[in-house]
Structure formats: C-alpha cells, structure tokens
Ligand binder design. Structure first.
Ligand code: GLN
Length: 534
C-alpha cells in the first residue's frame, strides 16, 4: 500500500521545498523503496508551457510529453525516476477538467463547488498517480506558501485525504524559515510557529518541520519549535544553506529524517545505500580543475530558465573531477562579431540552448561561428541545433540568406521550416512536438561513440525542424547528420567530426541527465573542454 507524504511551505516562498521533497525521495530510494514525487501548482495556467521563462523558469518536459514545473527536474534527478503528466497538477488543469464535466452534464444538476468538486478532483489526481506508478511512497509538494488564497483548495484536499487515508498512512511535512537576527545573534522561531498555526487553522497538524536556516539550530530552539508546533523533537529537521543542492540528502540523512518518516508511517527501516551519492558529493567538494562554460541565450538574467542545462553541465563536470564555472552570455551582446570574440575568448566550451523567437538569433549564429572556426567545444540544444544548421548553411555552404521560417515566414531559403504536422496548429498550449521519440545514430559517428549504442530515446519540445531539401547541400559541405528519426525523415543530430566536439541536437538531452549518470552529450562536451584546461 502506498504511503503519502505531503509537503507544504510557510513564512516565505523559494524555500527550496522542491529540493527537500526530492532529497527525501532520494533517501527512500536509497533504501530500495519505489518513490514518486508530485507537484501541485496553485496557478490557473493549465501547465507552465505557455509561461515566460523569465517568470517561471524552465519548462521541464517528461517522456510522455508533459510540459511541467522545473521541480519535476529535481525530482527526477534526485530519485532517478522518470515521471509524467500525472506528476504535475495545476489549479488550471483541475478547474478545466471539472468545468468540462459540468458542461457534459456529468454532475446531474448539482451546484458545482470548490468543496467537494474541486477537492475531489484534486484527490483523484493523487490516486490517479498512485494507480499509474504503484509506488511505495508518494511525495506531494504544494507550491506557494500556506495562507495564500490560491492554494486553499489543495490544502483542504490534503486535509481530507489525510483523514481518509487514516493514521500511519499519510503525514505532512511543513517547511519554514528561521530568520537570523544579527543584532541579537539569534535564530527566530516565531514566524515558523505562526506558519504552523495557519496550517492548523486549516485542520492540518504537521508531523515534521524542516527549517531552512543559515546557522545551526541550537538545541533549545529545536525544543521550543517542538513544543509550540506540537511535533516530536526528532522531527524538527535543520536544513542549512549548502554549496551544492546534492549535499542536502546527506544532511537530512545525518538527522535520521527518513527513519523518522518511516517510523511515523509504520514501515520498517532498511539500510540506506548512499555510497554512490557520497562519492558524488566528494567529487563536488574536491574538484581538480575548473572549466569555464558559456551559455549563450536570451534568458540569462534568470538562471532557473536553463536549470536542467546547468545541472547537466555540472553532472558531467563531477564525473570529470571538474567544477563548472558558467559564463552567462546574453546572445544580444554577440550581434557584433568583435564583441562576440571578446566574450568568447576565455571560455573552454559553449552551449547554445533552446529558445523561441528571433531576438538574439544573430548573436547565437556568431557564437556558433566563433566556436566552429576556433574549435571551441560546442553543444547546441534544439534552437541551438537549428542555429548551427543556419550558420553552416550561410557561412560554409554559401546560402547567404539561409534562415528559419520561425524568424522569417517568407524566407527564400528556409533551411529550418515548420513541421508539416504543425501547419494547421492554432493554439499555443501543449501543441508542440513533445516528449520522447526514438532516434537512430549513424554507426561510427561522434554521437554513436558517445552513447555506445545505435538507438536512443530523447525528449523533444519544438515546432520547427531541418528542411530535408537542404540536407544534401549541407552534407556535401561536410555537416554530418548523425542522428535521424527511425523513418529517416527528421534530422535529430548534426555534428562536425573533425572538430574536438561540435554536436547539436533537435532534442533536449538536458532533461535526462542525472547526477550519478551524466548525459553522454554533456560528458562529451565537458571531456573535450577538460583537455583544453591545464
Ligand atoms: N523555437 C524552436 C522550435 O519551435 C526551438 C524550440 C526549442 O528550442 N525548444 O522548433
């Protein structure tokens, strides 16, 4: 029988609840239990696919083609478990479904209300995920902060669910912040007490408190929190700021968090196998060198917009005993080729990530040209691959006005064109080519050697593709199409095998890199870059 763990947050937002939920998931996985994480987002968007990366950070794509919250990326990376559509629930998707049912007449004349109709739908999403994955543990994180108007239906649904599940089958963890007052030299517990009071006013008594803090929590303050918040002393867990998010599971393990959880849920504890994770953290803490990697994109002001790319680079760095120093390059600053040269002069590798729209494109083309002409290890992702093809067409094949139909609908030479299946698509939400598709690698190619196999599956999120009419001239000029869809119709990877590392993919490898299993394409990039660093 699945056991349920609900995770809420209080005092402030951005507490890192996602990392805490993912870390607890890791500790349970290390004990051989199966675990899934679920994220409930109280906003009205049906999914984050249409939201600006500046506002919401990266859109994480699952195998089954869901556009989800970036926390799902953390869950997958920490628990090494692939999730799907059912793992991200938004108010928008809940209301959409309830309203569709109302329009169909499914409610047989009843007045449709938040309680019970919306809360029932939320509870059915919990059970739906349980049925699909049949996990030993299901960890459900509610986005936002308790007390927000928006998240009330979710909090009420948890209250009902916990009661219905019965004692010992569901617990809740409340994450809070202990602010430090330098004037009195103290960590303050009052905001946490108030936040627990708010949660209680909704009928939920948390079993565990996880307190974010910059300083160790003195025993007296832990006791105070336990007393006023009615939790066991062992269940007040400290979560201090760490250099790397991957240290968090070990810090929680030291405080026996998983053991406390298992006892509360009446499950016998097992030996945790954290050997791999411990050596990962050792590598993170003791890098032998530093590799400077540029990310040239347009959302560089918010690093969350490329979080999976950044994590994937780090994963490859850990395996190479190297720290990754990211140099954010705003592609718009590279429109002038001389400025581009300057910005690129001190980097060991460059990634041109995914994106949408024309802004900054000429700069990206310059970055890729510089990388190609100077043999700087390069990885292009989705839009980055499309730009690599345009750059090659323009400067090597000699098609001066080669372009993407995304940037110029009437381009004379659309080397990148809208996919046929997209021609009649009107709505924006959830309509791209999304999720896992197979790709066949060319034997003997750079990527074939990197993956060590012929058939791979990777995640996608795009509307445009390489125009097959240009494959011949591009190939004749030396660009190798080393990955194609199984029917040979869609270009998935291009490479320049003569260079140290010049690979670009239509798919997003960053969604499948895991800290203990870095992705082959990122490994290839970082290993090539490492050779340049003394
Ligand atoms: N804008 C491009 C397309 O839709 C690339 C998308 C992306 O980078 N995710 O095909």
């Amino acid at each position: 029988m699945t056991k349920y763990i609900f995770i809420t947050g209080g005092v402030v937002s951005s507490l890192g609840k996602g990392i805490i939920a993912a870390s607890l998931g890791k500790l349970l996985r290390a004990r051989g239990f199966s675990v899934i994480n679920q994220k409930f987002d109280p906003y009205i968007n049906v999914d984050p696919g249409t939201m600006s990366p500046f506002q919401h950070g990266e859109v994480f794509v699952t195998d089954d083609g869901a556009e989800t919250d970036l926390d799902l990326g953390h869950y997958e990376r920490f628990t090494d478990t692939s999730l799907g559509k059912v793992n991200n629930v938004t108010s928008g998707s809940v209301y959409q479904h309830v309203i569709e049912k109302e329009r169909r007449g499914d409610y047989l004349g009843a007045t449709v209300q938040v309680i019970p109709h919306i809360t029932n739908e939320i509870k059915s999403r919990i059970v739906g995920a349980t049925k699909q994955f049949k996990p030993d543990f299901q960890l459900i994180e509610i986005g936002g902060t308790v007390g927000d108007i928006e998240s009330l239906p979710f909090v009420e649904a948890i209250r009902q669910f916990k009661t219905e599940a019965g004692i010992g089958n569901a617990i809740s963890i409340h994450c809070t912040l202990l602010p430090y007052l330098p004037t009195s030299g103290e960590l303050k517990t009052k905001p946490s007490q108030h936040s627990v009071n708010v949660l209680r006013s909704y009928g939920i008594q948390p079993e565990i408190l996880v307190c974010r803090t910059t300083k160790p929590i003195p025993k007296t303050e832990k006791e105070k929190l336990a007393l006023f918040c009615s939790v066991n002393k062992d269940a007040v867990i400290e979560c201090r700021d760490m250099k790397s998010i991957y240290e968090v599971p070990l810090a929680l393990e030291e405080q026996n968090m998983a053991k406390v959880v298992l006892t509360m849920l009446g499950v016998n504890d097992r030996r945790a196998d954290l050997k791999g994770w411990i050596s990962l953290v050792e590598n993170i803490k003791n890098p032998k060198k530093t590799i400077k990697v540029a990310i040239a994109g347009k959302y560089t002001k918010l690093s969350d917009a490329y979080i999976s790319v950044v994590e994937s680079l780090k994963h490859a760095g850990y395996a190479a005993n190297a720290a990754i120093d990211i140099k954010w390059i705003n592609s718009e600053d590279c429109v002038d080729f001389n400025r581009c040269k300057e910005l690129m002069s001190d980097v060991d590798a460059v990634v041109v990530p995914g994106g949408f729209g024309i802004r900054g494109i000429e700069g990206k083309l310059n970055v890729i040209r510089y990388a190609r002409e100077n043999n700087v290890p390069f990885l292009g992702l989705c839009l980055g691959m499309q730009c690599a093809v345009i750059e090659y067409a323009r400067h090597v094949v000699g098609i001066k006005d080669a372009n993407s139909a995304e940037f110029d609908e009437n381009a004379q030479h659309p080397v990148i064109d809208l996919m046929l299946e997209q021609k009649n698509v009107q709505a924006y939400g959830g309509t791209m080519r999304l999720g896992a598709y197979d790709c066949v690698l060319k034997k003997g190619s750079v990527v074939y050697n990197a993956y060590g196999k012929e058939k791979i599956s990777e995640r996608h999120r795009h509307r445009y593709e390489v125009n097959n009419e240009y494959i011949k001239p591009l190939t004749d000029a030396g660009l190798v199409f080393s990955g194609m869809s199984p029917d040979g119709m869609l270009a998935e990877i291009v490479e320049l095998p003569k260079l140290d590392w010049f690979v670009a993919s239509q798919f997003h490898p960053e969604f499948k890199s895991r800290p203990e299993h870095p992705h082959p394409l990122f490994k290839g990039l970082i290993n090539a870059a490492a050779k340049r660093v003394k």
